[in-house]
Design a protein around this ligand. Structure first.
Ligand SMILES: Nc1ncnc2c1ncn2[C@@H]1O[C@H](COP(=O)(O)OP(=O)(O)OP(=O)(O)O)[C@@H](O)[C@H]1O
Ligand SMILES: [Mg+2]
Length: 385
């Protein structure tokens, strides 16, 4: 019966519908029926009693408690019946110390123990199922966001490129136009004047537009990179990179608004190299900066400090802001996907930073004090010579 069960993949289609029924039939025959029958046939001998108890546990492992009870009661009944029908002499307990009462007692205790075990197992299975369900939901959410982000990025990039091109063109002639306007005004050739205060804004408008398009493009890149999964990151080409070059390029690329760049201080000592992707590491710094600047704006205080450290196990990059920090119960959840405390945040930024660093066998850790500071420590493994 068991052999047929093992070959179930080879069963014809119509027979496969009967698989659950066959499964219970095999259990019924193979465990409670067979062992009760043999137990009686062997005059309730100790080895058979031990065997029976062991297989009862196996039955508990293989079924849930309702099926267990049904199979048990029915199996014992037909096992007993089969014994009665095939045996004339009664069970002989002569020369043995064991009684019927002992057998029933042993059965009952083992069933109770088994039920406790079964209850715990069901609880553990339920928890495991819940966890799997949550992971599945997170994966689906992730996939959905990825598709959405891909479409949004695609739809936005084209108009952004066109706006940026127009702004570059405008910048080329704007200074000249403003200069001409001023000369015309001096020569009293202007009919309708531009208000005096608006002139500087007009002069910087092309730069502003270019800044905003750069800002939008950076955030689109960040969004797309943040949605990269572990598999994708593993396939990113990793090379030897210089951490100072990464930080310099990040400074060059990050679309700081007016006054923001001055808030970031970088101590260049202890430079090191690591194996990884420069672009991905810039993405990490972008995420940390956008979070830190958001926090600084929220509490209207704080600065950002970046420095390197060399230790025996790792080379480290510290990224600390002195804005608002976070209490321990929040700090320990920062790297969870979709954990956000912003009305329009995705909660993917720090989770992505974690993925990027673990993909190169490094890590990112956080140290924080509420209302004082938030410090992220990026750990890079040493390059093996
Ligand atoms: N420097 C910081 N200071 C205080 N809180 C922070 C800091 N960095 C992150 N956090 C908190 O951690 C949360 C998670 O950050 P994460 O970057 O993962 O997502 P997010 O910033 O909310 O969303 P997104 O990155 O999509 O904008 C933030 O919502 C914020 O509450
Ligand atoms: Mg963020």
């Amino acid at each position: 019966m068991c052999f047929l069960l093992v070959l179930n993949k080879m069963w014809p289609k119509f027979a496969r519908a009967l698989l659950p029924f066959y499964w219970y039939l095999t259990l019924l025959y193979g465990i409670p029926f067979f062992f009760t029958f043999m137990l009686f046939k062997n005059n309730l001998s100790t080895p058979w009693l031990m065997n029976t108890i062991t297989v009862l546990f196996l039955l508990m492992l293989l079924t849930e408690w309702i099926s267990f009870f049904v199979l048990l009661v029915f199996g014992i009944f037909i096992g007993w019946l089969a014994y009665d029908l095939t045996t004339l002499k009664p069970i002989s307990l002569a020369h043995r110390t064991i009684t019927h009462f002992d057998v029933i007692g042993t059965y009952t205790v083992s069933i109770i123990m088994g039920l406790i075990f079964l209850h715990n197992r069901n609880q553990a299975l339920k928890e495991k199922y819940q966890l799997l369900k949550t992971v599945q939901i997170l994966k689906e959410k992730h996939q959905l966001l990825k598709t959405l982000a891909g479409n949004i990025a695609h739809d936005l990039r084209t108009p952004l490129a066109s706006i940026s091109f127009t702004a570059t063109f405008l910048k080329k002639y704007l200074a000249m136009l403003v200069k001409s306007y001023k000369s015309a005004k001096e020569a009293e050739l202007i009919e309708k004047e531009i208000p005096r205060g608006d002139l500087p804004d007009i002069e910087t408008s092309a730069d502003n537009i270019m800044h905003q398009t750069r800002f939008s493009n950076t955030f689109i890149d960040m969004m797309l990179n943040n949605l990269k999964g572990e598999e994708e990151l593993k396939h990113t080409s990793n090379k030897k990179c210089d951490i100072s070059e990464v930080v310099s390029e990040y400074f060059h690329r990050y679309p700081f608004s007016i006054g923001e760049r001055e808030l970031v201080h970088w101590e260049k000592k202890n430079n090191f190299e690591f194996i990884g992707s420069k672009l991905m590491m810039i993405n990490v710094l972008n995420n940390l900066t956008s979070n830190a600047i958001y926090a600084i704006k929220e509490v209207s205080k704080g600065e950002i400090f970046i420095w390197f450290e060399k230790t025996e196990r790792y080379n480290k990059l510290h990224f600390k802001d002195t804005a608002k920090g976070a209490p321990p119960e929040i700090a320990e959840r920062l790297f969870e996907s979709f954990f956000t405390r912003k009305s329009c945040g995705t909660g993917l930024g720090l989770a992505s930073c974690k993925r990027i660093l673990t993909s190169i066998n490094g890590d990112i850790k956080v140290r924080s004090k509420e209302r004082e500071y938030m410090e992220f420590i990026l750990e890079f493994p040493h390059i093996r010579k």
